[in-house]
Design a protein around this ligand. Structure first.
Ligand SMILES: *[C@@H]1O[C@H](CO)[C@@H](O)[C@H](O)[C@H]1NC(C)=O
Ligand SMILES: *[C@@H]1O[C@H](CO)[C@@H](O)[C@H](O)[C@H]1NC(C)=O
Ligand SMILES: *[C@@H]1O[C@H](CO)[C@@H](O)[C@H](O)[C@H]1NC(C)=O
Ligand SMILES: *[C@@H]1O[C@H](CO)[C@@H](O)[C@H](O)[C@H]1NC(C)=O
Ligand SMILES: *[C@@H]1O[C@H](CO)[C@@H](O)[C@H](O)[C@H]1NC(C)=O
Ligand SMILES: [Zn+2]
Length: 295
């Protein structure tokens, strides 16, 4: 009897200690009972702090809705075309599609518990030149501050391919959607310390796909550029997009002439060149990204 009691006592002690551990970690324990629905307490909307006034709240809400639209389309493009999409291969090289699909899906349908956007500049960083917002880091790991510069500069996705925007020639933070996608990937509940910065800027992103593709499917910039390019190609200007000037991958001393040749070819076909394949109807052709166009 005594050993059994000890075991029971041990179990009871452990169980009692668990909630304390979990609350220390700020995440709710996973529980399921027969009387509550399995997803009880699900949070499907992003939270906006009362420090945001009506116009700020409205712009952040619309921006987040566009970030979800951008991520959902990126996911759907991959689900439809897999690596047959030239745009997919340009940004993710030869990588399987599962990780990129997941990185977009977590933004669309991941639980939004704990995520908070605020406007009260609690860390004072909005005073820094060029700051349009920031992740609070150790001061609030799931919190994002949006600064006034965002309201003045960020654009709606509806303006994509207008006003001189091109994917390769413009900043990813041109749009609320991609700027907020970047900010969301910094949050542990979304980016999970797995999405990170491995490449900076368009050139490095293209090089990453060619040289270190395993990093590309969890690189924050790669995910943003890919989402922007497929949105421009499939939605903004269907079948054309606005990819901008395509640079061939240049690392003259590292890349053999042979490799460079094949990359240049791949890049050239990326610019426009609808390709025809034998298994599409005679009046149809496929564009880059595999989109089928019939006349
Ligand atoms: C909280 O939980 C997450 C996910 O399980 C874990 O990565 C993290 O290290 C934990 N944090 C603390 C402070 O225990
Ligand atoms: C919200 O705050 C911003 C920044 O202070 C200000 O420009 C804007 O007019 C405010 N909006 C309303 C509705 O008060
Ligand atoms: C595309 O994916 C298939 C597996 O689904 C794989 O066999 C093929 O090598 C991939 N192509 C490229 C160019 O990565
Ligand atoms: C966190 O707060 C401290 C103290 O206010 C500040 O110095 C630091 O810059 C803040 N961190 C971030 C990422 O804003
Ligand atoms: C490629 O990735 C590895 C880790 O997987 C890293 O050590 C290396 O520095 C990366 N190289 C480049 C050029 O990014
Ligand atoms: Zn970042």
């Amino acid at each position: 009897m005594a050993p059994l009691l000890n075991v029971l006592l041990f179990l009871a002690t452990t169980a009692a200690a668990l909630p304390a551990l979990s609350s220390g970690n700020q995440s709710r324990p996973f529980t399921q009972t027969s009387v509550s629905p399995w997803n009880e307490g699900a949070v499907t909307q992003f939270s906006i702090h009362p420090s945001c006034n009506a116009t700020q709240r409205r712009q952040i809400e619309l921006g987040l809705a566009e970030a979800v639209t951008l991520a959902a389309h990126a996911r759907d493009h991959i689900l439809r075309w897999r690596n047959e999409s030239e745009i997919y291969r340009k940004y993710f090289g030869n990588r399987p599609t599962l990780e990129a699909i997941g990185a977009f899906e977590v933004v669309v349908n991941g639980d939004k518990d704990d995520i908070l956007f605020r406007c009260d500049n609690p860390d004072g960083n909005c005073a820094l030149k060029g700051y349009a917002g920031h992740w609070r880091g150790e001061n609030g790991t799931d919190e994002t501050v949006i600064c006034d510069l965002s309201y003045e500069t960020r654009r709606s996705l509806s303006t994509m391919c207008g006003l001189g925007y091109t994917v390769s020639g413009s900043e990813t933070n041109t749009f609320w959607a991609s700027d907020l996608l970047h900010r969301l990937y910094h949050l542990p509940t979304i980016g999970q310390y797995w999405v990170d910065h491995f490449a900076d800027g368009y050139e490095e992103v293209i090089n990453l796909a060619a040289e270190n593709a395993t990093l590309s499917t969890h690189d924050s910039e790669t995910l943003q550029y890919f989402a922007l390019e497929v949105y421009s190609h499939d939605v903004s200007v269907p079948g054309v997009g606005c990819p901008g000037e395509q640079h061939s991958h240049r690392h003259d001393d590292e890349v053999t002439a042979d490799t460079r040749g094949s990359e240049a070819t791949a890049t050239a076909t990326t610019i426009e060149a609808p390709s025809t394949t034998s298994d599409v109807p005679a009046n149809c052709h496929t564009h880059e990204g595999g989109e089928l166009h019939c006349t």
